[in-house]
Write a protein that binds this ligand. Structure first.
Ligand code: GUN
Ligand code: ZN
Length: 440
């Protein structure tokens, strides 16, 4: 048995805060601690109480920093590590010009393995301990993704994109190979260690109706797998989708008519929705995923968080690297705040930090395992420093409440604010790598 006590200021959420005054939604302990035993959280409470439970356990003192659950990123693309920050176009051009050519490189197992290492270095450096990733069409990319995640004991979700048209030859599967490869990857990885397989038809434009039928078969045969795709990100994308599926009532109807919608379905972007589509989200329990840095970068549009929430829909929030411009969930909350400001919608910092942790865990149906510091859950923990830059420290000199501190982290924080990251109970943040050296 291995035991460790982490000491610091402790914040964990029990529910989504209704507003900044909702003190029942969270626990905040000034001199707090978390007892970790064999990768699981054994107790969270005052340092006195926790230390008394395990008097012989080593204590790692993170005071004055803030301990909370590791961040969860509910939508990003593993093969876009070297696509992030590609200039000048909106969605369909950006995919054809930059993204698809880059993804062809992941046919190569060695390239995939090197990139997987870099990808998880970035996630951990930015405080993200669970992510839901699109891999490339190639099995090799998925194997590399899960092999590296398993090596690091990370709870990760991902899947091979199914795509059989409207992309370069090196990126196309067929309805049959897309099905067979997904099936084989599910058998190998789903439920292995902390890995979960996600059935991943990329989006309607790159899948024929025959492939959608195969995705439907996979969902029926593996109802315990999540499903992920993209929905209504960009006006040209929507128009082209409706040309390709002329019988569909709207974009979401493409996925709905193939039985792809349910509480385990994640729909990246979901910006330009018709009222019937919103009704269908309510009926099926599928989750829109807000990707603010990406939506601003590609000029896609403004996500209507309040409108969807008002209908009882639970939205995720995510980076969408590489259309997203940062791996940081702090920066994602920063840009999310601004997207909502543009629509006179509000995002209190307590709600923001709930969203990036327990909120996204609820979207995944995994709040019993990740997203909080509750006893019995997995010890994925981030240590945050709101004085990590001179500019932040100056602002913090005038801050007196937890909410102010969280807002400084949200608006000004990035990987420099991540002091340490515990994955499955083990300190996992590596020293910054040499940046100048070219990898591939
Ligand atoms: N729609 C289909 N594929 C993609 C992708 O890789 N990124 C984004 N932002 N949207 C997509
Ligand atoms: Zn995406």
């Amino acid at each position: 048995m291995t035991q460790t006590v982490l000491r610091g200021r402790v914040l964990t959420f029990h529910a989504e805060p209704n507003d900044g005054q909702d003190n029942n939604a969270y626990s905040y302990i000034e001199d707090g601690a978390v007892l970790i035993r064999d990768g699981l959280i054994q107790k969270t409470g005052s340092f006195c109480d926790v230390a008394a439970m395990a008097p012989d356990a080593p204590v790692i003192d993170h005071r004055p920093h803030l301990l909370m659950a590791g961040f969860i990123d509910t939508h990003l693309h593993f093969p876009q590590v070297q696509v992030i920050a590609s200039w000048g176009s909106q969605l369909l051009d950006w995919l054809n010009t930059y993204t698809f050519p880059e993804e062809t490189r992941f046919a190569d197992a060695d390239h995939s393995a090197i990139m997987a290492e870099k990808f998880f270095d970035q996630l951990i450096a930015h405080g993200t301990t669970t992510a839901v990733a699109f891999c490339s069409v190639h099995k090799a990319s998925v194997s590399a993704f899960f092999q590296e995640a398993t090596k690091r004991k990370l709870r990760m979700l991902g899947g091979k994109v199914m795509m059989d048209r409207n992309a370069p030859a090196g990126l196309l599967d067929t309805p049959q190979t897309g099905y067979d490869d997904s099936k084989e990857l599910i058998a190998t990885w789903h439920g292995t260690g902390r890995s979960s397989y996600v059935i991943t038809p990329r989006f309607a434009i790159t899948s024929t109706p025959e492939q959608m039928e195969m995705a439907q078969a996979l969902v029926q045969e593996h109802s315990d797998c999540h499903v992920q795709t993209h929905l209504s990100e960009n006006r040209d994308e929507i128009a082209y989708t409706l040309e390709l599926y002329p019988q569909a009532r709207d974009y979401l109807d493409v996925y709905q008519s193939y039985g792809l919608l349910g509480p385990k379905t994640l729909l990246g972007h979901s910006i330009h929705l018709e009222s019937r589509e919103v009704d269908a989200l309510v009926e099926t329990g599928a989750h829109p995923v807000f990707c603010p840095t990406s939506n601003l970068f590609l000029g896609s549009g403004l996500f209507d968080n309040a409108g969807l929430r008002g209908r009882g829909i639970t939205n995720g929030i995510a980076t969408d690297v590489g259309a997203g411009t940062s791996y940081s969930m702090l920066q994602t909350l920063n840009e999310g705040y601004k997207v909502l400001q543009m629509q006179r919608q509000s995002l209190h910092p307590l709600q923001a930090f709930h969203w990036a942790t327990r909120g996204n865990a609820c979207v995944l149906g995994m709040e019993d395992r990740i997203g909080t510091l509750d006893p019995g859950t997995e010890a994925d923990i981030v240590v945050l420093n709101a004085r990590s830059t001179e500019a932040m420290a100056l602002r913090m000199d005038r801050a007196s409440t937890l909410s102010e501190e969280l807002f400084v982290l949200q608006m000004m924080g990035d990987d420099r604010a991540i002091e340490e990251v515990y994955v499955n109970g083990t300190a996992s943040k590596t020293a910054p790598a040499t940046r100048a050296r070219k990898v591939r």
